[in-house]
Design a protein. Structure first.
Lengths: 501, 180
């Protein structure tokens, strides 16, 4: 784990779980797998505190444990999983777009609590929804259950088995469906008895959400590059492949043109021939999002997931080079991507940029490690005057470097936000007190003049300061969200490359 | 290395000097007279943030999530450890009234000294939470006892040694009598 990752994990843990959990989490991330007594010794905290903190971390799937052969238990932190805390808002928002408010609240409760039984989730979400509804109306438990079942069927929520070895076991579809029906029946008859599904815990399936984000990214890329119809075709293909293809496969299972035609959404009235034309166009596109793998069934087509992710990552890199160094540097960068290896003279010629400037730009990019030099010696003594120096772009290493930079950026953003809040702590507390007073006075029915007086306790410059603070904090929060989008694209690409056989 | 031909043949380099960018007699780059700036200069300003309904909603979600997690039972604030530890100690102190016995107990609990010092440090930070009020009452007793204990500055149990008759006896206010 790089220093940047450790720092970011530590900040996220501290913000969401407090300092004790942060200390233990950071210790485990830094030192690896440790037994309980080592953690107590090295962190200097009390046994009680360490136990509580470990419980919290395990509850939220941030730390796993294993019984060793020699009879003690060792704990290991999942650094990557801690970094996912940054993405929680995106998961919740996606659930909202797919399954409305009920789905949104279910995912939110599961993320807030780590693991929960289905009955607990349903009860909490139904109560929360009842609060927001008009007086007299209550949210039906069965509605919430139904949404939960749908989330489980589409794998956005997955089951855990805590009894036994403590290792996660993913249940297959038939088992889940059987469980759901049994649980639903019990749900209808529940009142004051203990929940019948005690011991069956559910958690959010982060990988499934990532798969969804990836599909979203591919579809919108196709829509930008071509048109709406092609993006719909690709979306259909991806939807059909959801259950047949694992999320880390380099390409989807082949789908025949006939199958795709049958599965197109109902509103789309395109003729089979038009669909075939679109598929051919997609397959011929140099970006190679879609590939043709055979001719049976009207043509067998697959979506090249790995290539698509590589294109997305490359586009991100290009855009970053353009914004950081200027459009001429971006031109050189794209040129190097295309031609792989070029000498300095060739770069000047192909990019049509004067020699001095080209040199300058190349060195600037080289110093930032965006491009690298490949030496090819002509003679065994590697004499510099008799060596070729070729500029090249290594996408994987550039992606890694940029990812590292993203982690550092988010850590800086969080620190700055905490600093801003700390600087204005006194003012924030004062405004909170005033609001509390106002609220209580309004509840007891005070006159407008009195309310006015209380409001004036905060002076105009103080109000201005509060406005500034709010604007800055919002800006920083929004930036964190957007950097996380870049992190997702780069991480998916790196993961996909590493998993390739 | 450029300095290999020092003295004679100074300008003979082992590689083609043109490749570096300096022709013969061309101006060298400016000399460095101060340390480099702490931040690189940004000629290219960053692109403005994305705005829209989605982004606004996610922003609200993020801030709500942060606020909610601070209220959850999973959030272990630093004060919790004082809350948990001090009531235990307060109870054991209140039940004994004899100062000597109190000191004995303290010395027996010497191993918790490190944690007590830590809790005193943390108390200085004084986070604004309602739990503070409950914690305040418990803090005063152990604090006072701490100060008394520090007067001794050693491990000996004071009741083992007899003080002289004059030790600590008599008020310092009465300065009429001279002390020898």
């Amino acid at each position: 784990m790089t220093q940047a990752e450790i720092k970011l994990c530590s900040l996220l843990l501290q913000e969401h779980f407090g300092e004790i959990v942060e200390k233990i989490g950071t210790y485990l991330i830094r030192t690896g797998t440790q037994p309980l007594r080592m953690i107590v010794n090295d962190t200097g905290l009390l046994l009680d505190q360490v136990k509580k903190a470990l419980c919290v971390l395990i509850q939220h799937n941030l730390v796993t444990y294993q019984l060793q052969k020699r009879g003690f238990v060792e704990y290991e932190a999942q650094c990557k999983r801690v970094l996912r805390i940054l993405r929680y808002p995106r998961y919740i928002y996606t659930a909202k777009t797919l399954y409305n408010d009920t789905g949104e609240l279910i995912v939110e409760e599961l993320l807030l609590n780590g693991k929960m039984t289905m009955s607990a989730v349903v009860r909490k979400v139904a109560d929360r929804l009842t609060e927001t509804m008009e007086d007299g109306k209550t949210m039906d438990y069965t509605d919430v259950s139904n949404t939960f079942v749908r989330l489980a069927d589409t794998h956005f929520v997955q089951r855990l088995n805590l009894i036994g070895k403590g290792k996660r076991r993913r249940s297959c579809d038939e088992e889940e469906n059987g469980e759901h029906k049994a649980k639903k029946q019990k749900q209808d008859g529940e009142s004051s008895e203990p929940p019948p599904d005690d011991g069956i815990y559910w958690q959010v399936n982060i990988d499934r959400f990532h798969q969804h984000f990836r599909d979203q990214g591919i579809v919108s890329a196709v829509a930008n590059r071509m048109d709406q119809t092609s993006s719909e075709i690709v979306r259909t293909m991806l939807r059909m492949s959801e259950v047949t293809t694992s999320s880390s496969a380099p390409y989807t299972q082949p789908l025949s043109s006939n199958e795709i035609f049958r599965s197109l959404p109902a509103g789309y009235n395109i003729v089979k021939q038009v669909l075939d034309q679109y598929l051919t166009l997609l397959a011929d596109d140099p970006l190679e999002f879609v590939g043709k793998s055979g001719d049976s069934g009207g043509g067998m087509y697959t979506v090249n997931l790995h290539k698509a992710l590589a294109s997305l990552a490359t586009a991100t890199l290009e855009s970053i080079v353009e914004e950081r160094f200027g459009s001429r540097c971006a031109r050189i960068f794209r040129l190097l991507l295309r031609k792989k290896h070029l000498e300095q003279k060739q770069v000047e010629d192909f990019a049509m940029i004067p020699a001095k400037e080209a040199k300058d730009m190349l060195y600037k990019m080289l110093s930032e490690n965006v491009v690298s030099l490949q030496e090819i010696p002509k003679t065994p003594d590697h004499a510099p005057s008799r060596t070729f120096y070729l500029y090249t772009v290594n996408i994987l290493s550039s992606a890694r470097m940029l990812l590292h930079r993203c982690y550092k950026s988010v850590a800086n953003l969080i620190e700055r936000r905490q600093y801003e809040t700390k600087e204005n702590k006194r003012l924030l507390e004062k405004s909170q007190r005033v609001e509390a007073i106002l609220a209580s006075m309004q509840a007891t029915g005070a006159e407008d003049a009195q309310l006015q007086e209380i409001e004036e306790m905060i002076t105009v410059p103080e109000r201005q300061q509060l406005e500034n603070l709010k604007r800055n904090v919002n800006k920083i929060d929004a930036s964190e969200n957007q950097v996380d989008e870049t992190i997702f694209v780069l991480e998916s690409f790196i993961e996909s490359t590493m998993k390739k056989p | 290395m450029a300095g290999s031909g020092a003295g004679r043949g100074r300008t003979a380099f082992t590689f083609n000097i043109d490749a570096l960018g300096f022709g013969k007699g061309a101006a060298l780059p400016d000399t460095v007279s101060k340390p480099p700036p702490t931040y690189p200069s940004t000629e290219n300003k960053p692109v403005p943030l994305k705005t829209g309904e989605d982004e606004d909603y996610m922003l609200a979600l993020k801030q709500d999530l942060r606020a909610t997690m601070k209220q959850m039972p999973y959030f272990l604030a630093v004060e919790e450890d004082r809350e948990g530890a001090n009531p235990k100690k307060a109870k054991s102190f209140e039940s004994k009234s004899n100062l000597d016995v109190l000191k004995k107990i303290e010395e027996l609990e010497k191993k918790d000294d490190v944690e007590e010092e830590k809790s005193e440090d943390e108390e200085d930070k004084k986070e604004d939470k309602p739990k503070d009020k409950e914690g305040d009452d418990d803090e005063e007793e152990p604090e006072e006892d701490d100060e008394e204990e520090h007067e001794e500055e050693n491990d000996y149990i004071s009741s083992y040694f007899e003080d002289g008759d004059d030790f600590g006896d008599g008020s310092d206010d009465n300065m009429d009598e001279a002390t020898y």
